[in-house]
Design a binder for this molecule. Structure first.
Ligand SMILES: Nc1nc2c(ncn2[C@@H]2O[C@H](COP(=O)(O)OP(=O)(O)OP(=O)(O)O)[C@@H](O)[C@H]2O)c(=O)[nH]1
Length: 377
């Protein structure tokens, strides 16, 4: 990962060096024009060309040799920028007759810096640039001029501005493309995070809460209850004879059955209740702000709904029912204890012949402490 990132930085740095070198060579062409117009000596154009090749070649070698890794910022943006500023200021002093060319280049140099400089380094590089400019103006003095004495040199000045505008537009367009790409990436990242969060808390097949999420919900409900909140119940639901659906009609029919069962339960539960898949054909309902008596009424409807549903559309002759065990949550107990009680009630419902709701023995205020069996339809 680190290696990949390093390679990416190197690639971007090399591309940028390529652009800077191309831009520098364009300036050399303009300077050659000024040599031809008799505004400057040829050695200025040669020296500028050599400086472009030398500076960019130096940074190229640093990247290629891996020495750029020794820099805190391996793209070396700050150092490239400072070198370019000093180069331009230096040539204002060396060739003040065409000083305007190097001065407007400074705008391009600082625009390039926007790609990788922190505000602090930007300010430092601006201070360096300011000092260099003071020195350049001090030394070039009255020799600084705009070479417009002939038509040809006027044309060259005009070409300089046109080319600089073009380069400036190219750079700002590049910046906005990068910004757009970052915006898209951020959006994709957000979606990926949402997907990861959903995968971590939701059951993939039925899209209800999964076991991990259920445990979180129960822990919250337990805390709420312990702070004096309203009562809540835990109900475990298991489809009767579900295995035979898989065995006789295949796994995908079984999946459809599970999804449909979830819909049946959803239609009967309150919005404030929590519904989770515990595993296989076992589901858990956390009935908030509900007593056992109230819970049983809703669960009874789920039993009826499951039994009455026409399951034959998933396989000829399928008849399904559900067994449910319910308990209320008690003060001072753990989630595990309440859960075990609900599980025992479910076991009792299965043992008593399935297709029923069973309340854990002491959930109901019945004097004999016998498990209450509900079959209210
Ligand atoms: N189609 C499908 N089947 C599953 C999935 N997860 C578990 N199962 C199957 O569900 C069945 C659950 O087994 P049991 O609870 O013993 O089946 P049962 O016939 O309902 O038994 P009782 O609960 O005693 O009535 C097993 O055959 C599992 O292979 C799933 O995501 N999709």
């Amino acid at each position: 990962m680190k290696q990949q990132r390093r390679e990416k930085i190197n690639l971007l740095t090399l591309r940028m060096l390529g652009r800077v070198a191309t831009s520098g060579l364009l300036d050399v062409l303009l300077l050659c024009g000024f040599v031809h117009a008799g505004v400057i000596h040829s050695h200025i154009a040669l020296l500028y060309g050599a400086s472009v090749v030398g500076i960019n070649g130096f940074f190229y070698l640093l990247v290629k040799s891996g020495l750029n890794r020794r820099f805190k910022d391996p793209s070396m943006t700050f150092w490239q920028l400072v070198t370019a500023v000093l180069q331009q200021a230096g040539f204002v002093i060396l060739a003040p007759q065409v000083g305007y060319l190097f001065l407007i280049n400074l705008f391009l140099v600082y625009t390039c810096g926007a790609l990788g400089l922190s505000t602090f380094l930007y300010v430092i590089s601006w201070l360096v640039g300011s000092l260099a400019l003071l020195l350049a103006f001090g030394l070039a003095g009255t020799h600084l001029s705009l070479p417009v004495a002939t038509y040809f040199s006027q044309l060259l000045v005009c070409a300089t501005f046109i080319l600089t505008l073009g380069r400036s537009i190219y750079l700002t367009n590049m910046l906005s493309r990068i910004r757009r790409r970052i915006t898209v990436k951020n959006h994709e990242l957000l979606l990926a995070m949402q997907r990861a969060r959903a995968l971590a808390t939701r059951d993939e097949l039925t899209n209800i809460e999964n076991r991990r999420s259920l445990m979180g919900i129960l822990a919250i409900e337990q805390k709420r209850f312990q702070r004096g909140g309203t009562p809540f119940c835990i109900a475990i639901l298991d489809l009767d004879g579900f295995k035979s659906v898989n065995d006789n009609f295949g796994h995908s029919a079984g999946d459809q059955v599970l999804k449909t069962f979830v819909e049946i339960v959803r239609n009967e539960m309150r919005l404030s209740d929590h519904f989770a898949r515990y595993g296989g054909d076992e589901f858990v309902l956390v009935l908030t702000d509900t007593t056992v008596e109230e819970g049983v009424t809703a669960l009874d409807r789920i039993c009826a709904g499951t039994e009455m549903f026409d399951w034959s559309k998933f396989g000829k002759g399928i008849v399904l029912t559900t067994s449910i065990g319910i308990t209320d949550f008690r003060a001072g107990e753990s989630v595990k204890e309440a859960f075990q009680r609900a599980d025992m009630a479910l076991y009792a419902a299965k043992a008593a012949g399935r297709n029923r709701v069973m309340i854990s023995p002491d959930s109901f205020d019945n004097n004999d402490g016998v498990t209450v069996t509900i079959k209210g339809y």
